[in-house]
Write a protein that binds this ligand. Structure first.
Ligand code: NI
Length: 135
């Protein structure tokens, strides 16, 4: 473990302290390490599009639009190499939420996620991508 000493403007320090409190970090070091890991992870994905990664893709869709569910299932079968698992929950009469665990080269995972999110009937979604290091 190394000790880093950094200087930041007063406003930035205050905002950081607010974030530390709001997210329930025990201390600023733990919060800063998380921010750094996230940025470094994103940099790896950008620099190495083929870097192995794992991701969660979460989206809402209307199951009364019958073709949407079929298209989403077809897409996951077509990309079974990227799709590890999918969890589905019925939120109401119309609305469903699905979370898919994806695994593969970062660029392929991102491309597949974009394809899913672009489908008609898919309302809102988010991809969370985490690079897998050598371990
Ligand atoms: Ni449902």
């Amino acid at each position: 473990m190394q000790r880093l000493t950094i200087s930041v403007e007063d406003d930035l320090a205050a905002d950081f302290e607010t974030l530390v409190q709001a997210r329930g970090y025990e201390n600023r070091s733990e919060a800063f390490r998380d921010l750094l890991r996230r940025e470094l992870g994103q940099a790896i994905v950008e620099a190495q599009p083929d870097a192995p990664c794992v991701a969660t893709l979460t989206y809402l869709y209307d199951h009364h639009e019958r073709t949407t569910a079929n298209r989403l299932a077809d897409m996951q079968h077509d990309h079974h190499d990227l799709t590890v698992s999918t969890m589905h929950a019925h939120l109401g009469h119309h609305l469903c939420v699905e979370t898919a665990i994806l695994r593969g080269p970062a660029s392929q995972v991102q491309a597949f996620a974009q394809q899913v999110l672009a489908q008609r009937g898919v309302r809102q979604g988010n991809l969370h991508l985490v690079p897998l290091d050598d371990a």
